[in-house]
Design a protein. Structure first.
Length: 331
């Protein structure tokens, strides 16, 4: 971080490109072990069609779930079997319309475009209508209580950053020292959803928290390095974090959030709930819809308009508003 110029500059030259988490969703399905040749061919088609590995993974996973339900080579699945599967996820599993539409899009690529089943009518039979559901949002007091319950700083700081800057969980944990522009009070989010970069204001109290946290482990690259196994305090922890090459696992924060929201007796409280809460609280404080769209990295303004269910006031300075949200939270 640019408050420690000499260390940061030397690290930048030694690490020209930030290393990102190597989760399954960050790899192309071309690298997977395919149970059937037809799925290997589908992976090739996805690689040609979509640039983002996460998108490829999502479609490949949809086909894998279909094949596991039917327990056969997906190339041999009949139209009736596919129809039964859609009925299963719609009625038994209770999947949301958006998830069903993605499954149908995957099935259409595989069965119609790849296998040539143009005569199948199941695609015109399936109708899904979005429910008028609003995203769950926590109050500011609930956010405060949730953070106060998270005792360990290495967990509390990333959760707090997600709320204060409206980040996705994966965006937060993959941050590197190259992404913290302290003198400008900005945070660079690289390679986010849709392979897009964006810049967001970094509240001053949050920057100070990050500097204090980084001063403990001083990892050459990562802001939130994996702590690994062993003692959870002291020099042993610092050494493991300093030498870590991978970020903190996403599952660590997800499990923590489950325990934290149970402790404060909140019906919801995931990392994404904090992102929704950030957007809603910013809107309540007077930020414009277009400002929130830019901060969240939404491609379409319609995606951001869901937060209009609360209030819409005159546009104000985003950094000042975010400083206000961040101030007074537990450190």
């Amino acid at each position: 971080m640019n408050n420690h110029k000499s260390h940061s500059d030397s690290t930048r030259s030694a690490n020209p490109k930030p290393r990102r988490p190597d989760s399954r969703q960050d790899r192309s399905p071309l690298t997977y072990q395919h149970p059937w040749p037809s799925m290997a061919e589908f992976a090739k088609r996805l690689a040609l069609r979509f640039d983002a590995h996460r998108t490829q993974h999502s479609y490949y996973r949809d086909l894998r779930l279909i094949h596991e339900y039917c327990q056969c080579d997906p190339a041999l699945i009949s139209e009736e079997q596919l129809r039964d599967y859609i009925l299963h996820v719609k009625t038994d599993k209770g999947w949301k319309p958006k998830t069903i539409r993605q499954t149908m899009a995957c099935a259409k690529i595989f069965f119609v475009e790849m296998l040539g089943h143009d005569h199948w009518t199941v695609f015109s039979q399936v109708k899904t209508k979005d429910h008028d559901e609003l995203p769950p949002v926590m109050t500011r007091q609930q956010v405060h209580d949730l953070l106060a319950h998270i005792r360990l700083r290495r967990y509390r700081i990333p959760v707090k950053l997600i709320y204060c800057c409206g980040l996705r969980l994966s965006e937060c944990l993959s941050l590197t020292i190259h992404d913290i522009l302290g003198k400008e009070n900005k945070l660079m989010i690289r390679g986010s959803k849709g392979h897009k970069d964006r810049m967001v204001p970094l509240p001053i109290p949050m920057l100070e928290d990050l500097r204090r946290y980084y001063a403990f482990h001083k990892n050459p690259l990562l802001i939130f390095p994996n702590a690994g196994q062993g003692h959870q305090h002291g020099e042993s922890l610092r050494k493991r974090m300093h030498s870590a090459r991978d970020p903190m696992p996403v599952a660590s924060i997800q499990r923590l959030m489950v325990d934290a929201r149970k402790a404060i007796k909140s019906p919801y409280g995931t990392a994404h709930t904090l992102r929704h809460s950030f957007a809603t609280h910013m809107l309540e404080s007077g930020a414009s819809l277009h400002t929130i769209q830019a901060l969240l990295g939404h491609k379409q303004i319609n995606t951001t308009m869901v937060y209009l269910h609360l209030t819409h006031q005159a546009s104000q300075n985003a950094l000042r508003l975010m400083d206000s949200l961040c101030s007074g939270l537990p450190r």
